[in-house]
Write a protein that binds this ligand. Structure first.
Ligand code: ZN
Length: 311
């Protein structure tokens, strides 16, 4: 098979990408592509190591004169998502990917191309091979099985990497380096509360925080949007520090990965305190609106008199 991508630039990147396409690399079946990556490191006379899981590190010393720079990890995963058109005969365990050029795009015949993360791996290999790229000490890390559970990265040998800067080669925007990312953690908290009958001579109100923009808890977490659950809890908490207030119900937010846009609580206060609560909520509304003035112009904290259902 002649080279299809050989004339694309940077040549070393496309050379390695085309080579990578020749080796099967479904998740959990990365033996062949791992052999290729190791063979490149050895051919270049570089230090190649594997951990128990099969992750590979190839170390390249700094360009002469740049030894004092901090070591940087270039990290990519060597598995790919294997999908094919129904009418295509293709065995991802054995067959190569056939890349071709379609206008401005490199595509694959009938299958996924595996540019995720083949191009990242190719870039790292190209940097290892290049003689005209200036760099400090490098540790190129090739991880297994990203696509079906990140098991390679999470099984990584402890204290293996010397660097404390890592550039992940699996981002999606050309020419952009991500300097951080969002993680996710679910917390389920349960606690037993003691319920009591609603006291006499209390009035019932619904407190409401609304008008927030919400958004994705990862992608939009840095823009400083308001969290309705926090804003509501802060109101109840600060009022309760010096006043009598009972909580009947509280809820807010509806998705684990969305910033809560609305939150509600049903509270009871002594009849004589109605005015006090109203004044507090009006003042609190002004305070938080001022805090979020540039990000959340429609934020509104309000209260409404309601009737509790008699049981
Ligand atoms: Zn990926």
């Amino acid at each position: 098979m002649g080279s299809v991508l050989g004339h694309l630039k940077p040549e070393l990147v496309w050379y390695h990408f085309e080579e990578i396409c020749k080796y099967p690399r479904p998740s959990k079946k990365e033996e062949k592509i791992a052999e290729y990556v190791v063979s490149v490191g050895k051919r270049l006379g570089l230090q190649v190591e594997k951990d128990k899981f099969g992750n590979i590190v190839i170390r390249k010393p700094a360009t002469p004169g740049l030894e004092n720079l901090k070591t940087v990890v270039l990290q990519g995963h060597i598995d790919m998502v294997c999908e094919k058109n129904r009418d295509v005969e293709h065995d991802f365990d054995k067959d190569p990917i056939y890349p071709y050029i379609d206008g401005d795009w490199v595509k694959a015949k009938g299958t996924t191309l595996g540019a995720d993360n083949g191009i990242g791996v190719a870039c790292a290999l190209a940097v290892l091979e290049a003689k005209d790229v200036e760099h400090g000490p490098l540790e190129c890390l090739f991880t297994l099985d990203e696509e079906t559970g990140l098991t390679g990265a999470s099984s990584l040998k402890k204290n293996w990497l010397k660097a404390d800067i890592l550039i992940n080669m699996d981002s999606e925007d050309l020419g952009t380096i991500f300097i951080g990312c969002s993680g996710g953690k679910n917390t389920a908290a349960t606690f037993k509360s003691k319920l009591e009958k609603s006291p006499r001579n209390y009035s019932t109100f619904e407190l409401k925080v609304a008008g927030l923009k919400g958004g994705h808890s990862g992608l939009e977490i840095h823009v400083g949007r308001g969290n309705a659950v926090k804003i509501l809890n802060r109101a109840i908490w600060s009022y309760s520090q010096e006043n009598n207030i009972r909580l009947a119900e509280i809820n807010g937010g509806n998705k684990h990965n969305a910033i809560p846009r609305e939150a509600f609580a049903v509270v009871l206060v002594p009849k004589n305190d109605e005015k006090k609560l109203k004044k507090f909520v009006a003042k609190y509304n002004d305070t938080v609106k001022a805090e979020y003035v540039s990000v959340e112009p429609d934020l509104m904290v309000s209260m409404e008199n309601i009737q509790l259902l008699k049981k």
